[in-house]
Design a protein around this ligand. Structure first.
Ligand code: NAP
Length: 288
């Protein structure tokens, strides 16, 4: 058996075209073009690349985009003042403060300063609370991308066992929140699955992952999930982005998992392009 490839790049192209068409319709109906303001503090090279890709994607979808740069030694107050200006600017639909911030800044305070209505990353506690309560305003971009990758490829989650490896606020925890909940009119993306989250505190992690019909790896450890940890025929989603010897590799060991799994998302060209795609989706939603 050889896993079906879940091609994130091709799906991202389709979804971005859908968003671009929806933006054009919104503008034709007299709406203001959605706009994303990105804030970059310091000169982290990886963050520079992420922000550049996000801006290009916005422009391709017919959205406005702005980049606000602050030096690495900017004060927390300077950043909070900038966020306050963007909160008040009607041309700005979405605000993205690129993380990580320099060590002297309080990330949680900055996240709380972004207006929840413009929090297209869905990091603000109000938006996290709405998601947990089952009526989300936004879905966080990476787990939303994974949900779309499953749904649009007709990989079922309802009634299935889903195991998420990793419990970060950005990926693992919201991933579990999306897939465990009951679908409703307010939350059609909810997965209706039985979800288990595993982490460093889990005993016999491989015994748990082998129960998964859908296994999602968000570990941050190169090639962590190996073939012997996967149930034959399972859908395996690799969220990982790790640099090994100048090459980008995922959290899944594709060489051993590919022959066992039913579906597998590649790295690169898997979840990565989906994350930016869902950011565009959220920015349009914020504008509406
Ligand atoms: P993170 O904050 O470092 O969280 C990693 C999680 O994995 C933690 O919950 C940690 O457990 C768990 N973990 C780490 N080592 C483990 C081990 N040996 N055994 C069991 N659990 C272990 O990472 P993240 O932000 O969620 O990101 C995860 C991966 O996704 C990274 O490779 C990152 O680059 C990638 N990522 C990709 C995208 C994208 O757009 N494709 C977006 C975001 C992140 P503890 O809680 O017990 O420490």
């Amino acid at each position: 058996m050889s896993a079906i490839k879940l091609d994130g790049q091709a799906l991202a192209k389709t979804l971005r075209a859908e968003t671009a068409a929806a933006v054009a319709k919104h503008v034709a109906a007299g709406g203001r073009a959605p706009g994303l303001a990105a804030v970059l503090v310091g000169d982290n090279p990886a963050s520079e690349v992420y922000v550049r890709n996000k801006r290009t994607a916005c422009e391709d979808a017919g959205m406005a985009s702005w980049l606000h740069r602050l030096p690495a030694d900017a004060s927390q107050q300077q950043l909070l003042d900038l966020v306050a200006r963007l909160n008040a600017d009607p041309a700005v639909s979405g605000i993205l403060v690129q993380l990580p911030l320099p060590k002297h800044m309080d990330e949680a305070a900055v996240i709380r300063a972004v207006s929840p209505a413009k929090d297209v990353d869905c990091f603000h506690p109000e938006n996290v609370g709405l998601l947990a309560a089952g009526h989300p305003r936004f879905l966080p971009c990476t787990p939303f991308g994974v949900q779309q990758m499953l749904a649009r490829n007709n990989v079922p989650t309802a009634g299935k066992n889903v195991v998420v490896v990793g419990r970060s606020n950005i990926v693992g925890k919201p991933m579990a929140l999306i897939l465990m909940q009951k679908p409703t009119a307010a939350f059609p993306e909810a997965g209706d699955a039985t979800v288990t989250v595993v982490h460093r505190g889990t005993r016999d992690l491989a015994a748990v992952t082998r129960q998964a019909d859908v296994l999602i790896a968000a570990v941050g450890v190169a090639r962590f999930v190996t073939g012997d940890m996967v149930k034959p025929g399972a859908a395996v989603i690799d969220v990982g982005i790790n640099s090994v010897g100048g090459k980008i590799v995922g959290d899944v060991d594709a060489a051993t998992v590919e022959p066992v799994a039913g579906w597998l998302s590649p790295v690169p060209k898997g979840v990565g392009p989906m994350t930016i795609t869902m950011l565009l989706h959220n920015t349009l939603k914020a504008a509406r």
